[in-house]
Design a protein around this ligand. Structure first.
Ligand code: HPA
Ligand code: ZN
Length: 324
């Protein structure tokens, strides 16, 4: 089964590039940039990755991102992820980045996106892996700050496929960002949003009805509302589910209790993704394997999950046919 999973052509649709920062690279970049880390060793950093909820994780994740300073740092981060993804038969990846995490520290938007974009191009040329970029707004910040970030991104329109919404979910509903997402739609960007990870099913309705999302990131709380599940099935809305993330952040107490198989059997377009692999203990193969083992997914179901991702991806029809 592990060999089957490894060989399965995969598309990753929920991956935060800042969440691929492995402790080893964190130390290398800290040294290169003359930054003193709060931890004495790589092992101590890994030890600190014990979370009891989303906010616990976000505090450490934003602190870790401070080692990213130069265009080369963003290049190295992205390149390392793409090599790892390629080694796990990921053929296509749609990558989130959080510009506000960096611009708030005085790092120019251009530094961030130039480094990431150059790595995406090199990976396509050298490994054949294709990618898209999705700019995420930090929902714990204001709608005005999100709009300013959108405006900063406009000159890079051609490099950005869509926009999303991440960070602390509770108390920051999609409705807070209606104007920003309306503008993003006018600019021709695709729309996604994190919803129903820790927040209620109501936030999934809002993401659909108020933001006009084409996919829901996480969305696991949707099963609290049978009417919502009916809608997701009827409209073929994909959920980008992240099994190891959900366990690490205690959205489910154990993998055996994860609802992804239930939703798959209800006809929801479930996909499997790694979210923040450096923090949650695994990339695509490890996420597929953990879910398969705990839930007893069969090969047909794994194949369905993989096809769901290619079908829900933002690639052209022509590229989709090549990929699948
Ligand atoms: N949820 C919200 N914000 C995030 C996540 C997540 O899973 N990963 C990185 N930022
Ligand atoms: Zn996420």
């Amino acid at each position: 089964m592990e060999a089957f999973i490894h060989g399965l052509p995969k598309a990753e649709l929920h991956l935060h590039i800042e969440g691929t920062l492995e402790p080893e690279l964190m130390f290398d970049l800290a040294k290169r940039n003359g930054i003193k880390l709060a931890y004495p060793s790589v092992e101590a950093v890994r030890q600190a990755y014990q979370f009891s909820n989303l906010q616990d994780f976000l505090d450490i994740y934003y602190a870790g991102a401070a080692v990213l300073q130069t265009e080369q740092d963003f290049y190295d981060l992205t390149w390392a992820y793409l090599q790892k993804a390629h080694s796990q038969t990921v053929r296509h990846t749609e990558i989130f980045f959080d510009p506000q995490t960096h611009t708030a520290r005085g790092i120019p938007f251009s530094t961030v996106i130039n480094g990431i974009h150059r790595a995406l191009q090199d990976a396509h040329q050298q490994m054949g892996i294709t990618s898209q970029l999705i700019l995420c707004f930090l929902r714990h910040l204001s709608a005005e700050e999100a709009m300013r970030t959108l405006e900063e991104a406009l000159p890079y329109n051609a490099w950005i496929a869509g926009v999303g919404l991440d960070s602390s979910e509770k108390g920051h509903p999609p409705s807070k960002f209606v104007d920003v997402f309306q503008r993003a739609r006018q600019e021709g960007w695709r729309i996604v949003a994190h919803a129903g990870e820790e927040g209620p099913a109501q936030y999934v309705w809002e993401a659909l009805d108020l933001l006009g999302v084409q996919r829901i990131d996480h969305g696991v709380r949707s099963t609290d509302d049978p009417r919502l599940i009916d809608r997701l099935v009827r409209e073929g809305v994909a959920l980008t589910v992240c099994p190891l993330s959900n366990i690490k952040l205690r959205v489910f107490d154990r993998m055996e209790h994860h609802n992804l198989k239930t939703m798959l059997e209800q006809g929801v377009r479930v996909t499997i993704n790694s979210d923040d692999p450096a923090y949650f203990g695994g990339y695509m193969d490890e996420n597929f394997t953990a879910a398969q083992q705990a839930l007893g997914l069969n090969k047909d179901q794994l194949g369905q999950i993989s096809r769901n991702a290619f079908e829900a991806s933002f690639v052209s029809e022509a590229r989709r046919k090549e990929l699948m």
